[in-house]
Design a protein. Structure first.
Length: 172
């Protein structure tokens, strides 16, 4: 089954540069995301969010805080099959932390019907694109990230201004 993997910050909600979404009040869903999600649900058998959340590892928020943030996100965008997150710090080099593929392997374990090579990763960073490429997925870069597309063009299969722009295309 073809699945969609979505990064969170910068794709579904506003990226807080040099900061983290630490409470529901700080979560701002990007324009067009609810509409995009409705379109994407028609195109994919399963949808997952995969997100690095080292704010937990830094002690800036708790797992419970993240659960409340994700509840607010899902209320705005609709349900997904599962949200996978990695709370470890970048310096730990966790296998679960993107660009490593641990979250994708966990999704495949939890949902054995998905086929990673038929799946799509939508993200806004080099890390997201590398994660998708390592999993054998089609990669879609969204947002104003010309540095990623120019520095590593082999990582990016498609590029769009927003998740809604991507959802309206026929690549999927």
């Amino acid at each position: 089954m073809k699945a969609l993997f979505l990064d969170r910050d910068g794709v579904l909600n506003t990226l807080r540069r040099n900061d983290y979404v630490k409470s529901p009040d700080e979560l701002e869903v990007l324009p067009g995301v609810p509409e995009a999600m409705a379109l994407l649900r028609q195109q994919f058998g399963r949808i997952f969010i995969v997100t690095n959340q080292q704010g937990i590892g830094k002690g800036l928020m708790t797992e419970d805080d993240l659960d409340v943030i994700h509840a607010k996100l899902l209320a705005a965008i609709g349900s997904v099959d599962h949200i996978y997150h990695c709370p470890e710090l970048e310096r730990v080099h966790s296998f679960r932390r993107k660009p490593n593929i641990g979250m994708a392997l966990q999704a495949r374990h939890d949902f054995p019907d998905i086929k990673l090579k038929e799946s799509v990763m939508i993200g806004d960073s080099r890390t997201d694109m590398l994660f998708g490429r390592r999993c054998g997925m089609t990669t879609v870069l969204v947002g104003d990230n010309s540095d990623v597309a120019l520095s590593d063009p082999y990582l990016v299969d498609f590029r769009y201004a927003s998740l809604l722009d991507a959802a309206q295309q026929s690549w999927s």
